[in-house]
Design a protein around this ligand. Sequence first.
Ligand code: NAD
Ligand code: DAU
Length: 369
Amino acid sequence: MHNNKLLSSSILVTGGAGFIGSNFVLDWLKQSDEPVINLDKLTYAGNLSSLESIKNNPGHIFVHGDIADRGSIRDLLENHQPRAIINFAAESHVDRSIHGPDDFIQTNVVGTFHLLEEVRAFWQGLPESEQSKFRLLHVSTDEVYGSLEPDDPPFSEFSPYSPNSPYSASKASSDHLVRAYHHTYGLPTLITNCSNNYGPYQFPEKLIPLMILNAVNNKPLPVYGDGKNVRDWLYVTDHCAAIRTVLAHGRPGEVYNIGGNYEKTNIEIVQTICSVLDELQADQDGHARKSSYLDLVTFVTDRPGHDRRYAIDAGKIKRETGWIPKESFETGIRKTISWYLDNLEWVKNSTDGSYQNWITKNYGSRRKK
Ligand code: NAD
Ligand code: DAU
C-alpha cells in the first residue's frame, strides 16, 4: 500500500555523535541548508559536545535513540520522510570487540537488521517515482577484507571478505545484510568501505588520539607487537566528502572503497606524532625538550589476531565520481595534534565516566616487550 507521501529534503544520519558521524554532520551543515536528523544512542563513544557548535542550528535535529529500536526508527521515518539515510551507528573499536563482542553483534548486526527492516517498509510504502530517489548509505570498513601480505595488491571492491576480529566480522555481516536487501528487495543501497580515519573528535581509545594524549601527559606510548602492522590513513573530512559524493553520484547496489593512499607502519605514525610534538614543545619553550617524546614508546603484548596490513585501491570512487583526498598526512596530523591540544576540555568531557576502566582493562595486563 502506498501512502503517496513524498520524500522531504532532509537526511537521517545514525551515529552522528560519534567521531566520523559528528564530523559528517558538521561538514554537511557547513555546505548545505538541507536538515539533518541525527539519531544516536550516546554510548561511551557518542558525545554531544562534539556537536556544540550547531546546538542552536534549526537544521540539526538530534534524537537520542537506538537503531535496533524499531518503533523509534518507524516514527522518525514517518515524521521526517528523509530522502536518504547514512548509517554510521556502530561499535567501532577492535580491542573492545575482543574483550566483549556482545555489543558488536547487537548494534552492528542486529541493529543494522532492524534498521533495514524499517527502512524497507518505509521505502516500499513510497510511490515508485520516490522509491528511485531514495538512498541508504551504509558506512563500513576495509577490515572486512581481512589482512594483506606485504606484497599483496591493495583491497579492491572484488576482494573476498575475510574478517578476522569480532568487530570486522560484525561489520562484514552488516554489509552482507545491506547487500541482500538491495539484491532481494531492490532497496537502493550504497556501501562504502574505508580505511583508518583520524582527525578531530576521535575518541581517545584509537591509536592516534591515544598516542597524542598519552605523550602530552608523559605516559607510556603502548605500541602493540613489533609496531610494524600497516594501516592506510585518511583525514576524516576527506572521508566525509567521499560519503557525500557517493550519496550524490554512487550507483545503487554498488560498493565503493575509500582510502588515503597513505600506508604506514604504526611505529612510523607514532614517530611522526612524537616529532611534531617535540617541535611544538620546542617552539613553546624556545628550546628543545631535554628528551624526545619518542622515549615514551613502549612495545607491549600484541592484539590477539592482529591484522598485519590494510591497503585500499580507491580507483573506483575516483573513476566514477572524481573524489580524491585533499589533505596530506603531513598537514592532517598537524591539524589533528593542534586540535587535541586546543580542545582538552572536549577530551576531559569524553574521558569522564568509564574511560579509565577501559584503559585498565585493555592495557593493565599487557606486558612490556
Ligand atoms: P565511533 O565509535 O566514534 O561512533 C559510533 C557512534 O555510534 C557513537 O556516537 C555511538 O553512540 C553511536 N551508536 C552506537 N551504537 C548505536 C546504536 N545501537 N544506535 C544508535 N547509535 C549508536 O565510530 P566512528 O569511528 O565514528 O565510526 C563510524 C562508522 O564508520 C562505523 O560504522 C565504523 O565501523 C565505520 N568506520 C570507521 C573507521 C575509523 O577509522 N574510525 C574507518 C572506516 C569505517
Ligand atoms: O581500518 C578501518 C578501521 O580502523 C575501522 O573500521 C575501525 O573502526 C577503527 O577503529 C580502525 O581500526 P584499527 O584497529 O586499525 O584502529 P586502532 O586505532 O585501534 O589501531 C590502529 C593500529 O594501531 C592497529 O594496528 C593497532 C595499533 N595500536 C592501537 C592502539 C589503540 C597500538 O599499537 N597501540 C594502541 O594502544
